[in-house]
Design a protein around this ligand. Structure first.
Ligand code: FE2
Length: 193
């Protein structure tokens, strides 16, 4: 069985067990091993990133899961957003990305504010042995940008979108380094991570 088949099987197991901790970890372990050769992905340079700053390649989608590759031109950024009530796994397969993730911890002073805890701020590359994960309760608000050249990442999300909506989050850093205020707003976009 190929690595992708094992990932698919582990993802369904995770869905059926409602993200039992051991199933989530099994999927994370498998996902962390993905390389671009597993996806028959050749190189970012094969794509016209001067014309298209972000390219979305759909790999698979059914009623339970969606899988895709995103290619970003150097300095292109997937802005701060969340995948509400979804789980996500992200593995860089080429290049380097700067990543930030946040977990909402409480409502802000107005309906348009959420107080968040910063979970991760760092750089991950195709050499990084682990993958980035997000869940409904951890690190769901996130952003990625390609640094030091273009980058590509493999991403799975479940359950999949019922429409092409995700939430863009406006971030206002507050006095604390680990807490921030975020203002959510729903926007329609053609594709997302
Ligand atoms: Fe995303």
């Amino acid at each position: 069985m190929s690595l992708l088949q094992l990932i698919g099987k582990a993802a369904y197991k995770c869905i059926l067990s409602s993200n039992k901790k051991s199933d989530f970890q099994e999927l994370k372990n498998l996902f962390s091993r993905v390389q671009k050769s597993d996806l028959n992905f050749t190189a970012c340079s094969d794509y016209d990133l001067d014309k298209y700053r972000q390219i979305f390649l759909q790999i698979f989608e059914d009623t339970k899961i969606m899988a895709f590759i995103v290619i970003l031109a150097e300095n292109a950024r997937i802005p701060l957003h969340d995948h509400h009530q979804m789980n996500g796994f992200v593995k860089i397969i080429e290049g380097c990305a700067k990543v930030e993730t946040f977990t909402p911890v409480k409502e802000g002073r107005s309906p348009s504010e959420i107080i968040c805890r910063r979970e991760l701020e760092g750089e991950i590359t195709s050499e990084t042995k682990s993958c980035l994960t997000l869940s409904p309760n951890f690190g769901n608000i996130h952003q990625l940008s390609a640094i030091n050249g273009p980058c590509a990442f493999f991403d799975i999300l479940f359950p999949p979108y019922e429409s092409d909506f995700f939430r863009l989050i406006k971030l206002h850093l507050s006095g604390s380094k680990t807490n921030c205020q975020a203002s959510p707003g729903v926007r329609r976009i053609p594709s997302c991570t």
